[in-house]
Design a binder for this molecule. Structure first.
Ligand SMILES: Cc1cc2nc3c(=O)[nH]c(=O)nc-3n(C[C@H](O)[C@H](O)[C@H](O)COP(=O)(O)OP(=O)(O)OC[C@H]3O[C@@H](n4cnc5c(N)ncnc54)[C@H](O)[C@@H]3O)c2cc1C
Length: 466
């Protein structure tokens, strides 16, 4: 099924034609190709044969047409921040880099949505929207992540508990499909019951069904007041129980991030925040002046009854930014704290009622395995990340971490959770899909075979081999 070595001659021809057509916008140098197969796992770097930079949907159509004619694999590329080998090119082929398709096309202020090209980064979009009093909330931490890449991985992050993930925030997608057709998955209406939901099919498809060339996403008004706090707890259960109660009461917390004591230590080393090294919640409340302060009061009461030691408020904009920057830098904090080690970022997600149990069992596993693995979690969604810090020169450490990652995914599945809440499948998590979806994997294979019979769209990703 995969496009394999038989197609290599076709690749050389396709690249020669592309060079004639796109000139400098096609590159074959090794450094550039390797950079486009970035992976922060221990999956080996598998570079494409060439990188091409389209500037329009028509360019993308031409590239896909050429790839189809010559049976050449295509790997769409946003910013390359995905974590599971998504942009690797195991069968070679063309990396389509969207850096030059990064325009914000229309902002519909009254409808609270905007139309963008896939290469626009979330940072650029939010910088643009700020003066309009609007923002795009989905926040995967990596500021340079693109809206196209985020849609393709069904990304989320710290604000999902309040604003949802890319699943809820993409209204429609325009994509070039493997047969060269241009498909728009929906109109701009907020909801629709007209036929199969092709938008949801494309969101999370990781470049395996089509190449996204335009998206409409939802926007929100910047809240009147934003309050942030850090809150250390005696136990992880206390932190998780506070969050569950807050959700049950319908408190509008915009961010609730859990950090275990190991991650708080790393943040102290890296960002010098001087936090108490205990299980901790980083919190953010959005609302009106009165509404936000009422929520804060209620949450404080709940948290204190669950063993919160105290609340440290960051009311000033600069303190808030410092706090969330430290949270977003969690991965880099771990790299600073354990230099010379590679961080293998992984995530799982469980029903929120099982979160404390899952985190505690995971911490026990980390101790038993003799590894270092800080934990952070988007606790309001039951989603947490563990980042084992691996010594690449120590085979015993590598084996211990491999075993830990397998057990982590199995534990989440046993608790009716998923092997990945937001990072996606790529290459690294294909092996868990059968255990998670059972016969559903055959349905996915049928969809893939129907839409991409030549298997040119990001082959070797998402769906496990037979
Ligand atoms: C430090 C760090 C922290 C992170 N934290 C989070 C987090 O909290 N939450 C989270 O969700 N993720 C997180 N991530 C992962 C990453 O940021 C997301 O997966 C992000 O959505 C990837 O966006 P990108 O533009 O870099 O996409 P890429 O990495 O370039 O691509 C990702 C996938 O999307 C496909 N793709 C890209 N563009 C298109 C297109 N135009 N059409 C079709 N397919 C396309 C690619 O082929 C690939 O399969 C983190 C990453 C890092 C490095």
């Amino acid at each position: 099924m995969a496009v394999t070595d038989a197609a290599r001659g076709g690749t050389a021809t396709a690249i020669a034609i592309l060079k004639q057509r796109f000139g400098e916008r096609v590159q074959t140098g090794e450094a550039i190709r390797r950079q486009h197969a970035n992976t922060v796992t221990w999956l080996p770097n598998e570079p494409p044969d060439a990188v091409v930079w389209p500037t329009s949907t028509d360019d993308v159509r031409e590239i896909v047409e050429l790839a189809r004619t010559h049976r050449v694999p295509i790997v769409p590329f946003g910013a390359g921040t995905s974590l599971e080998g998504h942009v690797n090119a195991p069968y070679g082929g063309l990396s389509i880099d969207f850096a030059q398709m990064d325009n914000i096309l229309t902002v519909n202020e009254r409808d609270l949505d905007c139309v963008v090209q896939p290469g626009v980064s979330r940072r650029k979009l939010n910088d643009y929207l700020r003066d309009l009093g609007l923002f795009f909330p989905v926040d995967p931490g990596a500021e340079e992540a693109t809206i196209g890449g985020m849609a393709a991985t069904r990304a989320s992050g710290t604000t999902a508990v309040r604003y949802g993930t890319m699943r809820e925030n993409v209204l429609n997608i325009t994509a070039v499909m493997a047969d060269g057709s241009l498909v728009r998955t929906a109109q701009r209406a907020r909801k629709s019951s007209a036929g199969y939901d092709l938008t949801r099919l494309m969101v999370g498809s990781e470049g395996t069904l089509g190449v996204i060339t335009e998206l409409t996403v939802r926007l929100y008004g910047i809240p009147e007041v934003t309050l942030a706090a850090v809150c250390p707890f005696v136990t992880i259960e206390g932190a998780c129980n506070s969050v569950i109660q807050a959700i049950q009461l319908g408190l509008g917390l915009a961010r609730m991030e859990l950090l275990d004591e190991v991650q708080v230590h790393a943040i102290n080393v890296h960002s010098k925040l001087g936090l108490e090294e205990r299980p901790m919640l980083f919190l953010e409340f959005h609302g009106t002046e009165v509404g936000a302060r009422d929520q804060v009061k209620l949450f404080e009461e709940i948290a204190r009854s669950e063993g919160a030691i105290r609340f440290d408020w960051a009311e000033k904009e600069e303190d808030r930014r410092r706090l969330w920057k430290a949270r977003h830098d969690a991965y880099w904090a771990a790299k600073t704290t354990w230099p010379g080690r590679n961080g293998i970022a992984t995530d799982v997600c469980v029903p929120i009622s099982r979160l404390a149990e899952c985190v505690l069992e995971t911490q026990e596993d980390i101790k038993r395995s003799g590894i270092v693995a800080p934990i952070v979690g988007h606790v309001g969604d039951g989603n947490f990340h563990s980042t084992p810090m691996v010594d690449p020169d120590n085979p015993k450490d590598i084996e211990a971490v491999k075993g830990f990652l397998e057990r982590l995914a199995a534990r989440a599945l046993a608790m009716e959770g998923t092997c990945t809440g937001e990072h996606g499948v790529g290459q690294g998590k294909r092996k868990y899909l059968k255990a998670e979806h059972g016969a559903g994997v055959s349905v996915m294979r049928s969809i893939k075979a129907a839409l991409d019979p030549l298997n040119i769209m990001n082959p070797g990703k998402t769906i496990p081999d037979l």
